[in-house]
Design a protein around this ligand. Structure first.
Ligand code: C2E
Ligand code: MG
Ligand code: MG
Length: 610
């Protein structure tokens, strides 16, 4: 069967049908999914959970140029792997993923074709006709439900179900997502925030709070934000059950409502056991805080009576003020709250120092010492031609008294990246000049962060350094991580453009971890893609990682870019990479990053045996 749908071509094959299987079925073999690039079409092969239905989806590249390539790949796997149940249904269930099997403790064959009502709660079933109406689909109606299911085995499932509907070839289908909330209650309450009110307490929710705050700001209002967090609320849920927990919350909110005058105070439920109180009273800040804290503490002196038990609650508070603390007052109240909890204080008020942990302060002082004493060093790791074993270049990696992954975020945050970057660039290029003069025709790749690229002093600095040392610009490669390279900023883009026009090469680092689109890659005119080491790690054992790596190599061929595999540690990885046509490799297999002197010795040796 073949369906032509606008731009995307879909072929479906059922193993049970009398047809002989088409050739493409072989591609899937024993995998769940597989993706390949044929000419300029992305072809996605998917095996549905019953292992009997196969899909082949063809999407022309030009149509997906703005779609995140990796997501497309992941999409095919996600359904099978996510800890969220996916159920597609009409009156009967037509598809269920692996997690549904787990939730209901039933094999796929017993789920598919069974009446949908066996898996959905009353409330949703009652609304099913509504869900399937054209109007609801167009309005993107979403039903949600929280509650428990009793399984035949005696097990109980606390579930959040979100149901919606869509047309597939003009036939309405229902889609329900099942979240098992027995554990991840907090996360889930956030997910429920699709609407403005919290269904348990009737209070406006986080979304409403954000809108409310935005409005106050727009109108130039002065206000105080207090987050109220109930201690160990999950204990109550665990020991008395979620229903009891909900009753306690409702009672708590009832008490709050009675105590705070709605003309001055607005209440919200932000996440599960957290409430927000916004005060518009024009009193002294500290007085107001004491007033709120004492009032709520008083409310909690009286126990909550549920099912014959008496429950006492205790709370922590985090406060922030507008306009004194600037924007994102809610985040700031959260920081204060976190501090109160960690330091076991009843409440805390936001201040700038709360944002800086002891570790950060220590890193910063180490880095400053390193800069002062010229201890910012550069190590070099060879980039090797996977066919000849020849060293084609080096990646320059910063070394200081703090490991780069910890140092760089702090360096950026404290505005030191430009200066540190200048040292790294200079040291890298000085070494490169030496090597070029010694007759080694290699390039050096220097990592740059987005904060450097956004700085309008950066391009002139690069040009000045290159000119001073008289190095051909194309011998310098600047590595930008994929997630930063795809940030939508004119400044960023114009710096990259200027660099490329000047002749410097751009490499997209950690490719596969960000959100590139092909059009974006083309626009940047990057010259190289570096496949993130997380994908190389389990090659060739993991079929899935193998196809991701092959896919990235195919993309780089399509865009006429060089592909570089990071993190090669084993011979088998090289064999696979060569087979699929990956150009270059880097990793401990060849050499760890080493000081310049040692790198020179590797250069003299010239070729690696591979
Ligand atoms: P990156 O640019 O992706 O660099 C590759 C990282 O992988 C390096 O870690 C390298 O030591 C490590 N590596 C190399 N071969 C192997 C291998 O076979 N196996 C494993 N497991 N790891 C391998 P490093 O030096 O700790 O740097 C971490 C990250 O810090 C870099 O990732 C880069 O994003 C950043 N960084 C390093 N130096 C600089 C710099 O001068 N400027 C900027 N902006 N960022 C830098
Ligand atoms: Mg790098
Ligand atoms: Mg990398």
């Amino acid at each position: 069967m073949e369906l032509e749908r606008d731009i995307v071509k879909l072929e479906v094959f059922w193993e049970d049908s009398a047809q002989t299987p088409p050739e493409w079925i072989k591609k899937i073999e024993d995998k769940v999914s597989f993706i390949e690039l044929v000419d300029s079409t992305v072809v996605l092969y998917i095996r549905i959970a019953d292992l009997k239905t196969f899909l082949k989806i063809k999407i022309p590249i030009r149509e997906i140029s703005d779609v995140n390539i990796k997501n497309l790949f992941l999409l095919s796997q996600i359904f099978q792997k996510i800890p969220i149940g996916v159920l597609i249904f009409k009156q009967q269930v037509v598809y269920a993923n692996a997690f549904i099997e787990k939730i209901f403790e039933k094999p796929y064959v017993e789920i598919v074709d069974s009446p949908a009502k066996d898996f959905l709660p009353e409330e949703i079933i009652r609304n099913i006709q509504k869900l399937f109406s054209k109007e609801s689909i167009e309005r993107e109606l979403v039903l949600k439900w929280i509650g428990s299911f009793d399984l035949l085995s005696g097990n109980k499932r606390h579930l959040l179900i979100i149901a919606t509907s869509t047309f597939i070839d003009e036939i309405p289908f229902g889609i329900a997502l099942f979240f098992d909330i027995s554990r991840e209650k907090n996360f889930l309450t956030e997910m429920v925030d699709l609407h403005s009110y919290d269904s348990i307490t009737g209070l406006p929710n986080l979304k409403s709070a954000l809108e409310f705050i935005e409005n106050l700001r727009k109108n130039g209002k002065r206000f105080l934000v207090g987050l109220v967090d109930i201690d160990n609320f999950s204990l109550i849920n665990d020991s008395f059950g979620i229903e009891t927990g909900d009753k306690v919350l409702r009672e708590f909110v009832e008490r709050l409502r009675k105590s705070f005058n709605p003309n001055y105070y607005q209440l919200f439920r932000t996440v599960s056991d957290q409430f927000l109180i916004i005060s518009l009273r024009e009193t002294d800040r500290m007085k107001e805080i004491k007033y709120i804290v004492n009032k709520i503490k008083k409310l909690l002196e009286i126990p909550f009576k549920v099912d014959g038990s008496e429950i006492f609650l205790s709370v922590n508070f985090g406060f922030s003020f507008y306009p004194e603390h600037g924007d994102s007052v809610l985040t700031k109240a959260e920081i204060a709250l976190k501090h109160a909890r960690e330091e076991k204080l009843s409440y805390a008020v936001y201040s700038l120092d709360l944002e800086f942990s002891r570790e950060t302060i220590e890193i910063l002082s180490n880095i400053k010492e390193d800069i002062k004493n010229d201890r910012i060093e550069v190590f070099f790791q060879p980039k090797v031609d996977l066919n000849s074993g020849k060293i084609l270049g080096a990646e320059a990696l910063m070394r200081s008294s703090v490991p780069p992954n910890k140092a760089i975020p702090v360096i950026i945050r404290y505005g030191l990246m430009f200066d540190v970057g200048r040292i790294i660039l200079r040291k890298s290029l000085e070494n490169l000049k030496q090597w070029l003069e010694n007759g080694h025709d290699i390039s050096v790749a220097v990592n740059v962060s987005i904060s450097q690229l956004l700085d309008n002093r950066f391009f002139p600095l690069v040009r000045r350094t290159i000119e001073k040392l008289r190095i051909p610009p194309e011998k310098l490669i600047l590595e930008v991580t994929e997630s930063e390279a795809t940030v939508n900023s004119n400044n960023l883009f114009s710096t990259i453009k200027a660099l490329v026009e000047y002749g410097v090469k751009i490499s997209i680092d950690d490719f596969g971890t960000g959100y590139s689109s092909l059009s974006r890659l083309k626009m940047i005119k990057a010259h190289e893609l570096k496949i993130d080491l997380s994908f190389i790690k389990n090659v060739p054992e993991s079929e899935e990682d193998k196809s991701i790596v092959k896919f990235i190599v195919d993309i780089s061929k399509l865009l006429k870019m060089t592909s570089v595999a990071e993190g090669i540690e084993r011979k088998e990885q090289i064999e696979f990479l060569r087979k699929i046509g990956c150009n270059e490799g880097q990793g401990y297999f060849f050499s760890p990053p080493v000081p310049a002197k040692e790198f020179e010795r590797l250069l003299e040796k010239e070729v690696f045996a591979i």
